[in-house]
Design a protein around this ligand. Structure first.
Ligand code: ATP
Ligand code: MG
Length: 416
């Protein structure tokens, strides 16, 4: 594209170009003004523009600036008058690819400048394209890296859950055996102790000792029955039931006492939840265990929020749902307390049987391991979050849309 308002000059430039560039010979269009040049650029794409500095209205630099401000990268050679050094510098600053002095214009200089400018432009375009490709690859790599990291996190969670399940399964098997061994001699001790209590009613000191013995026997019985509950096999009796109703039945029992101890109970129940498959007795036991722990952690009062909602689960890979779509929907139950929190180093241990931070007569450390094994038998997950100071959140996720006949719950994880 030649932009020149002078017919003779334009003719000369056309001549020189046609003389110098023959293979292939170029198509030349001429614009007489800045305005016309802009109009032509709207409809046609050019390899290069040769623009006189002096145009009727405005000048070549004005045209250059307009083009660059519109992000038009067309290479432009500006033709300046004799001794217009300052204009040449200004043209280059404004984005010209080259400049030539009009008075000294000859075929060789013009051809060289045009070829060079087109080459420069092509290289710049290639560089921009490569940079864009690189940027795109980098973005793709970042996304892939993020996805890998997420998969790794999920794998780590799954691995921890399998390890925990295996550990609990091992402890469960051991516990079942030990419980039976303990219960037999315990019954005999209890029998002798009761006989002695009847026979030696006159010996008050002995009666006191025997009282202590039966208290301790009672304690052992409590631990053993807890262990048996934990180690029992597939003892879940599943039917579709409303989670809000089950929570309500537990909360209504404990709420009064919690109120006296200065604990506010807040229900954030989502309405119209789908009904998961539940063993209602066992699930109430889980709720009670978690609520009692929260209560213990809020001895100076506080707030317990119980929330129910459906979510697209991140843990869906653990669930044995019917179709991938169905696997995704889970029921989330959160117990959020404002109690003492759980120390970071304890978070990994709280589901272990017998792990407790409570005094001997206050806790056996079996509550959460029983909860974990019950939730696992519902093909769900139980997790705890705490920063160690500002309360604790226990989250249960239960699969939804499971078919009732699906009774085989995670057999490989649950060999109890
Ligand atoms: N909401 C909570 N806030 C702070 N710590 C908690 C909470 N829930 C559980 N813990 C910690 O986890 C430990 C284990 O809890 P778990 O219910 O298994 O046993 P326990 O409550 O100590 O005894 P029990 O067998 O009587 O339930 C507790 O001793 C406590 O340290
Ligand atoms: Mg407990």
């Amino acid at each position: 594209m030649i932009v020149d308002d002078d017919d003779d000059d334009a003719f000369l430039i056309e001549e020189l170009i046609q003389e110098g560039l023959t293979h292939p010979s170029p198509t030349l269009n001429r614009a007489k003004s800045q305005k016309e040049a802009l109009q032509m650029l709207e409809t046609t794409s050019y390899d290069i523009g040769i623009c006189d500095y002096r145009l009727g209205e405005g000048d070549g630099i004005g045209l250059l600036r307009t083009l660059r401000s519109k992000n038009i990268t067309l290479p432009i050679i500006v033709l300046t008058g004799q001794g217009d050094q300052e204009i040449a510098v200004e043209a280059m600053k404004s984005g010209a690819t080259d400049y030539l002095t009009k008075g000294k214009l000859n075929c060789e200089a013009l051809t060289k400048s045009i070829t060079h400018a087109i080459q420069l432009h092509q290289e710049a375009e290639r560089r921009i394209h490569t940079e864009e490709m690189l940027k795109k690859s980098h973005q793709e790599l970042t996304v892939a890296h993020k996805e890998l990291q997420e998969s790794l996190n999920k794998l780590t969670t799954a691995k921890n859950q399998i390890l925990r399940s295996e550990k609990l399964a091992g402890v469960g098997r051991l516990a079942a055996g030990v419980c039976h061994e303990i219960l037999n001699p315990l019954n005999i001790i209890s029998g002798y102790s009761q006989t002695l209590q009847m026979e030696r009613q006159d010996d008050l000191a002995l009666q006191e000792d025997l009282g202590s013995i039966s208290e301790e026997i009672h304690r052992i019985e409590k631990i053993v029955s807890g262990l048996l509950k934990f180690s029992r096999k597939r003892d879940v009796d599943l039917k579709h039931a409303g989670i809000n109703e089950e929570l309500e039945s537990v909360l209504s029992i404990v709420e009064g006492e919690m109120g006296i101890e200065g604990i506010e109970v807040v229900r954030e129940f989502a309405p119209d939840l789908p009904k998961p498959l539940l063993d209602t007795d066992r699930m109430r036991q889980v709720f009670l265990n978690i609520i009692n722990n929260a209560k213990y952690a809020m001895q100076d009062g506080g707030k317990l929020t119980v929330r129910t909602q459906t979510v697209d689960s991140e843990n869906s890979s653990h669930f044995t749902g019917s179709t991938p779509e169905e696997m995704k929907k889970t029921l989330k139950i959160s117990f959020i307390d404002t109690g003492s929190g759980i120390k970071k180093e304890h978070l990994d241990q709280i589901f272990d049987p017998f792990f407790t931070t409570k005094p001997e007569d206050k806790g056996t450390g079996l509550g959460l391991s029983v909860c974990y094994s019950i939730i696992e038998k519902h093909s769900g997950t139980l997790e705890a979050e705490s920063d160690g100071a500002n309360g604790t959140t226990f989250v249960i996720e239960l699969p939804l849309n499971q078919k009732q006949e699906k009774e085989d719950f995670s057999p490989q994880l649950n060999p109890l």
